[in-house]
Design a protein around this ligand. Sequence first.
Ligand code: KIV
Length: 272
Amino acid sequence: MTMRTVPDFARMKAEGRRIASLTAYDFPTALLEQEAGIDFILVGDSIAMAVLGEETTLGATVEMMLPHVKAVRRGAPGTFVVADMPFGSYQASDERAVDSAVRFVAEGGADAVKLEGGSPMPLSRAAAIIASGIPVMGHVGLLPQSVRASGGYRAVGADQAGRVMSEARALEDAGAFALVLESVEEAIARDVTGALSIPTIGIGAGRFTDGQILVVNDMLGITRGFEPRFLKRYADVGAGITRALSDYAGEVRNGSFPEARHAYAPLREPGK
Ligand code: KIV
C-alpha cells in the first residue's frame, strides 16, 4: 500500500471508503501496523496512560513523546503518522503551538499533528499551525486534556450536540484535514459526519463516522482493567504474554531451559 496523503483522506470520505487507524508508541508496533495496512498511525498522548501507567494524559510532554514519534516513523516509513500535541505544548500561544508542531514534524518525522478542542484557543492554534504548512487533525467531544475542568471521562450527550457541531464546523473552516470524535452519542457523530466534508474518525462515537481509531494496547488486550463500552478486544495478547513469561520462569526454575541446543559449544553431559 502506498502512503496516504492529506488529499487521500478527503478522497476516501468522498468515495465512502472507511479509514482504519490505531495508536502506536514504539517501533515494533508501528512495523506491525504498517504490515496490516493501517491507514494512519496516531502517536497519542494516551502514551502517558497506555505505556507509562499514569491516571491521565496530562503528564505527556513534547520531550518525552518525540523519541516515540521517531520510533513510530522508523517502524512505519510508508504510513501517515500523526503526532498528538500534548497538554502544555500549544495552550500558551500560537507561537508555542507552531514551535511544538514544527518539532514533531522536523525532528520526529510526523506528517501531521492533532490537538484537542474547538473553542477559540485551539482554533487559533490550529489555524497558526496550518498556516505554517503542517496539517492539523482536530479532536472534539470528550477531551482528555480537559478532564480536570470537565470533571471526568464522561460521554458527550445530546445536550451538547450543538456545541460539538459548531466546534467541528469551526475546525473544518480553520483548515483541519480530519477530525477525531471521542465518546459522543452516535446521533451526534452521524450528524457531524454528514455536515463536514473532512473525514471524521470516531472513538466511542458509534457506527457512522468516516473512520475509527482505537488505542492499540486496549484493542490487543495488553491494557488491564479498562472495559469501556466502545472497546472491542481483537486479541488477548496480555494473556499470551503472561503465559509465556510464567512458562519461562517455570522452566528456568526447574532447569529445563536452557537446553543443550541453546548453548554455544555445548558440553556432553555424563551418560548422554
Ligand atoms: O491520545 C490518543 O490516543 C487519542 C485517541 C483517543 C484519539 O487522542
